[in-house]
Design a protein around this ligand. Structure first.
Ligand code: TXA
Ligand code: MG
Length: 307
């Protein structure tokens, strides 16, 4: 199959909407990373998502909705979830909530769980497409286990020939995936640190329970080369990614700003992967604010490969 990249203008959005309604999958921009979307109610489209990514079927998908009302048709929203929704939607917060029996969702979206991960994205392009298609299941638009895409070219590098269309809206503003929390009665637990600092949710990331999302395998976000962390200096064979005072071949944020570093993280890892060097060395990143999400991604990128 030929993969087309189109600008995310009105014509591009119309094309994406038509493909999705016909049961196809399309890569779409969001405020976090690019997602590989298919209609959440359509079992064939959901099957195509798993196939295009090579995603293990035990790993459930996030459902993207237009608003709270659309979410309420799919999951049970209690008072604690409602407070989070009021404060953080639309935006980069994914809530894992009890599945509503009989909801119009392809079974594979939940991968056998009794919960659904759901989020209302803020990106205008994704919102415009959802307005025409209804809820969209969308994991990050990369081959399973690889680097997440924050640009259309990253999607093409990973999924070219496997999907019909990528809508290009430039770089994703946040650059790391959504923060995922499970809400169980009064209790909120952090499943994945992400673009919304968990401290803003009243959760202490360090003290959070050991539960994690089924897809958070130890090795994840892995470039082709091995990755070495906390590298203040690097050898000639290494592509060095700097931060703050540690200047590398390329630097995440010269001023030591963790938000800027998060926005550039995957872009620089893609550049490092394409550099041809035999390994990648990354400067230490402080464990504060979005540094928590960055270090989570880097530790998994450096973990022993299981795939
Ligand atoms: O920012 C994001 O969240 C992006 C954009 C496209 O929205 N999406 C994304 O999807 O990062 P993905 O599939 O790469 O990561 C979703 C994570 C996986 O680790 C999966 O296991 C977890 O969410 N997940 C999905 N449904 C779940 C559920 N019912 N319970 C626990 N974890 C769940
Ligand atoms: Mg992913």
């Amino acid at each position: 199959m030929t993969t087309l990249t189109l600008p995310a203008d009105a014509a591009g959005i119309a094309r994406a909407t038509a493909l999705l309604k016909a049961g196809e999958v399309v890569a779409l921009p969001s405020e976090t990373v690019y997602g590989l979307a298919g209609r959440a109610a359509d079992p064939a489209a959901v099957a195509r998502i798993f196939e295009a990514k090579g995603r293990p079927s035990f790993n459930p998908l996030i459902v993207h909705v237009a608003d709270r009302a659309q979410a309420a048709k799919l999951v049970h929203i209690g008072p604690v979830a409602d407070k989070l929704i009021e404060r953080f939607w639309p935006g980069a917060l994914t809530l894992v909530l009890p599945y509503r029996l009989g909801a119009r969702l392809a079974p594979r979206v939940r991968a056998g769980l009794q919960t659904v991960a759901i989020r209302c994205p803020a990106h205008p392009v994704l919102q415009a497409v959802i307005a025409g298609t209804g809820p969209l299941a969308a994991p990050s638009a990369n081959a399973s286990g690889g680097l997440s895409p924050t640009r259309a070219a990253h999607v093409a590098a990973s999924l070219d020939g496997r999907i019909p269309l990528i809508l290009d809206a430039g770089a994703c503003p946040a650059g790391v995936e959504s923060t995922i929390v499970a809400v169980d009665g009064e209790h909120i637990s952090l499943l994945r640190p992400g673009a919304i600092d968990a401290a803003r949710l009243g959760i202490n990331a360090a003290a959070s329970t050991g539960i994690s999302a089924p897809g958070q395998m130890d090795s994840h976000y892995a470039p082709r080369q091995p990755v070495r962390l906390d590298a203040r200096t690097a050898t000639l064979n290494e592509y060095h990614i700097g931060f703050g005072a540690v200047r590398g071949d390329i630097t995440l944020s010269a001023s030591g700003d963790v938000d800027e570093a998060a926005a550039r993280l995957f872009d620089l890892l893609h550049a490092a992967q394409a550099s041809g060097r035999s390994s990648i060395a990354v400067a230490p990143i402080p464990e504060r604010g979005l540094g928590v999400a960055i270090n989570d991604r880097l530790r998994r990128a450096a973990a022993e490969r299981t795939h």
